[in-house]
Write a new protein. Structure first.
Length: 69
């Protein structure tokens, strides 16, 4: 996964993308299951990230995890 930072009319927008492809002056990225296309001139940064998901085994365990934090 990747965090893609884009300049959108002077504002920085950050997206979590599952795929990124550079096609000429365009960047194609899969964001939230949908294909998005950006001009490479809008690109601020791309960072690869590791994703860790912790799942509770039951609703009771989830409640215990929340109360511990």
């Amino acid at each position: 996964m990747y965090v893609v930072s884009i300049n959108d009319l002077g504002e920085e927008r950050n997206f979590l993308a599952t795929t990124i492809n550079f096609i000429g002056p365009r960047i194609n990225a899969t964001i939230n299951g949908m294909q998005r296309e950006f001009d490479v001139g809008q690109l601020i940064d791309i960072e690869a990230v590791d994703v860790f998901v912790q799942r509770a085994s039951s609703p009771q365990a989830l409640g215990k995890q929340r109360s511990m934090s």
